[in-house]
Design a protein around this ligand. Structure first.
Ligand SMILES: Cc1cc2nc3c(=O)[nH]c(=O)nc-3n(C[C@H](O)[C@H](O)[C@H](O)COP(=O)(O)O)c2cc1C
Length: 188
């Protein structure tokens, strides 16, 4: 079983989403003994913004990178993505990854009846961290909402959010949020 483990926080060792994504992968290891894990650290591996030249296939190295990222996403049975809320949205590094894996004809296609996802046969775990408290479906949430929309667009229905929020609202709230997220992870 193939796992694609992605981190995108810029807070290195202080990152909450990195702590959660690793705990999810560790829990998956307890449940499955045949895991093959691909790790993508988007704070380390720079995925350049999508440009006209890259989109038009005029940069062979970047075309190869896009193809590699798309195939890695397609191959994964499970995707674990560490996603911090930055300015109500995702890190720009994670957005750059999204811009590569949303590939017409590979991860989705357009039909007479609208878009159809082609990468649906997988489970996605979103390890979400937020300084404030938003809960589910908050109007200012362009982080979890975007990820759910994108994974759904590529055909994935099985999306689970493990969230620690209010982590910048004092040590007690942070500890409570982390403990609740850890409990949630034990139930995966
Ligand atoms: C650049 C930056 C922007 C942030 N923007 C928000 C925000 O819009 N809303 C919020 O609740 N927290 C915000 N925070 C707090 C982070 O969501 C919080 O620190 C969270 O733990 C980040 O995940 P990470 O620890 O994995 O990096 C921001 C933090 C940084 C560094």
């Amino acid at each position: 079983m193939k796992v694609l483990h992605i981190d995108s926080s810029i807070l290195a060792g202080n990152s909450v989403s990195r702590q959660l994504s690793q705990a999810i992968v560790d829990q998956l290891k307890v449940k499955h003994d045949d895991l093959k894990i691909d790790y993508l650290d988007l704070a380390q591996q720079d995925i350049p913004h999508l440009t006209t030249a890259i989109l038009m296939g005029e940069n062979p190295a970047q075309t190869a990178l896009t193809e590699q990222l798309v195939q890695q996403y397609l191959d994964a049975d499970i995707v674990v993505v560490g996603a911090a809320m930055y300015n109500f949205a995702l890190s720009s590094a994670l957005k750059a990854w999204i811009d590569r894996i949303c590939a017409a004809g590979k991860t989705f296609k357009y039909t007479e009846n609208g878009a159809v996802g082609l990468a649906g046969d997988k489970t996605v775990y979103i390890a979400s961290s937020r300084g404030g408290v938003y809960g589910e479906n908050h109007p200012s949430d362009f982080q979890e909402a975007m990820l759910k929309t994108i994974f759904n667009f590529t055909g994935v229905d099985n999306i689970q959010v493990i969230r620690a929020e209010g982590v910048n609202m004092g040590p007690e709230l942070k500890a409570k949020a982390l403990a609740e997220a850890e409990q949630h992870i034990q139930l995966i």
